[in-house]
Design a protein around this ligand. Sequence first.
Ligand SMILES: [Ca+2]
Ligand SMILES: [Ca+2]
Length: 82
Amino acid sequence: MKPMKLTTLAAVAAIAAPGMLWALTEADTDGDGMVSLAELQSVLPMITEEAFTQMDVNADGGLDADEIAMAQSAGLLPANEG
Ligand SMILES: [Ca+2]
Ligand SMILES: [Ca+2]
């Protein structure tokens, strides 16, 4: 646990619109601030590795809030709001 992570998460939460972080907050079970393929599949079992790779724009192995938002905009992820 590094203090930087909390700062980063706070910054992300401040930037992202409410409701856009469903996958990040609910699926990020190890709390590293990104949703891995395994974490994403735990909430969305239909997600394939191929789809995940498309969503992982910077190819770091996890989806951050921006990538999730983009995937939702592109229709690759359900918005799942309310
Ligand atoms: Ca994670
Ligand atoms: Ca990524």
